[in-house]
Design a protein around this ligand. Structure first.
Ligand SMILES: NC(=O)c1ccc[n+]([C@@H]2O[C@H](COP(=O)([O-])OP(=O)(O)OC[C@H]3O[C@@H](n4cnc5c(N)ncnc54)[C@H](OP(=O)(O)O)[C@@H]3O)[C@@H](O)[C@H]2O)c1
Ligand SMILES: C[C@@H]1O[C@H](OP(=O)(O)OP(=O)(O)OC[C@H]2O[C@@H](n3cnc4c(=O)[nH]c(N)nc43)[C@H](O)[C@@H]2O)[C@@H](O)[C@H](O)[C@@H]1O
Length: 323
């Protein structure tokens, strides 16, 4: 059901994360006053009984699933069991419990690693399951595909209003800046920040030739609000499979990204490549025509977004967990 009541109870699972915190801010700004969240120590969503009990007690009208085990290419490749099990457990428990209590709408957040490694570019929603996955993150990808399919199963069997957003690589305030487990953009902000001089060296993983698309978390949060406020019939007309790519529709090579970040951070460091680290998917540019057709487009440019995150990083550097 379309979100229209400002007092609707909205549960943001993962409300403290980069995406969850941006979604909370966007919904608050839009006038929604009844937002709830629980930290993972208050409610471990891998615990089915605890998740069912929480949902039965709170009975939210809307659930946004922004809780997940998340990380960059090296973390995914290093901890396959954690990325597969945690994400399967979290999404299975949340989606099933949402069905049990009869929420009006559930929004599941997937990720574009669900598409085949060599999918046609730009990638359309119908390219799902048409080819082999990228090995470094197939574990996370299979979990996210399963989450989407579970939403579709509840929609088909019970008529539940459950929609999957498939965001491209995200960045923003409250991102993870740990140099081993983070994604490339926050990692390079920190690396160049910590290497300001001409005789410093910044190491890029892989060859730097893969291309990535980057969406600021505030843009994603606005897309979440937009979809929640759109009637299910309109969403399903455009997305009969219940899936919507969320991106900017353009990409950049990692080498070019490094040049932009080095410039924004005002570093004079040189760059070298550690080709012992994986490149991952060569490219994963999204076709964003479904969201454009619905009337939504991203608005934060990459350079502007990197500047925004770097300003946030400078204000929070001392609080960021050291490796
Ligand atoms: N970052 C990206 O590039 C990207 C790209 C596409 C899609 N996404 C999707 O966007 C969503 C959010 O990602 P993010 O970047 O915001 O990640 P994040 O900053 O790591 O936040 C993840 C959140 O999930 C919560 N969480 C993790 N395990 C939990 C558990 N067992 N029980 C309860 N809560 C748990 C954490 O809660 P605590 O803080 O309380 O521990 C955290 O707030 C995920 O579904 C992710 O797949 C992310
Ligand atoms: C959105 C996420 O995309 C993720 O794939 P993916 O874009 O390759 O994840 P990233 O870790 O952002 O890596 C993107 C590209 O940047 C290169 N890279 C260069 N330097 C660095 C660095 O210092 N740190 C990192 N992390 N990368 C670096 C990396 O080798 C890869 O080719 C998936 O593993 C997740 O599951 C999720 O789907």
């Amino acid at each position: 059901m379309r979100l229209s009541d400002p007092s609707a109870k909205i549960y943001i699972a993962g409300h403290r994360g980069m995406v969850g915190s941006a979604v909370g801010a966007a919904l608050k700004k839009a006038g929604y006053t009844n937002l709830i969240g629980r930290t993972s120590s208050e409610l471990d969503l891998r615990d089915q009984a605890a998740t069912r009990a929480f949902m039965a007690e709170e009975r939210p009208d809307v659930v946004v699933v922004a809780a997940a085990k998340v990380g960059g290419i090296l973390a995914n490749d290093t901890y396959p069991a954690d990325f597969l099990y945690d994400n399967l457990a979290i999404e299975m428990n949340l989606i099933e419990a949402a069905h049990r209590v009869g929420v009006d709408r559930l929004l599941f957040l997937g990720s574009t690693c669900i598409y085949p490694k060599h999918a046609p570019q730009p990638m359309k929603e119908e390219h799902l399951l048409t080819g082999e996955l990228e090995p470094t993150n197939e574990w996370y990808a299979i979990a996210k595909i399963s989450g989407h399919k579970l939403c579709e199963a509840y929609h088909r069997q019970h008529g539940d209003d459950m929609i999957t957003l498939m965001p491209t690589n995200l960045y923003g305030p409250d991102d993870n800046f740990d140099l081993e487990t983070s994604h490339v953009l926050p990692a390079l902000i920190r690396k160049f920040h910590e290497a300001p001089d001409a005789d410093d060296m910044v190491t890029l993983w892989g060859t730097g030739t893969p291309r990535r698309e980057f969406l600021h978390s505030r843009d994603l949060a606005d897309a979440v609000r937009f979809v929640l406020e759109t009637p299910e019939s309109q969403l399903r007309d455009v997305a009969p499979d219940g899936m919507l790519n969320i991106g900017v529709g353009e990409d950049i090579s990692i080498n070019e990204l490094a040049d932009v970040i080095r410039d924004v951070v005002s570093s004079e460091a040189d760059i070298k490549h550690d080709t012992s680290k994986p490149d991952g998917t060569p490219r994963k540019l999204l076709d964003v025509s479904r969201m454009s057709e619905l009337g939504w487009n991203a608005s934060i440019g990459l350079r502007e977004g990197i500047r925004d995150v770097y300003d946030w990083y400078l204000d929070h550097e001392k609080d960021i967990v050291r490796v």
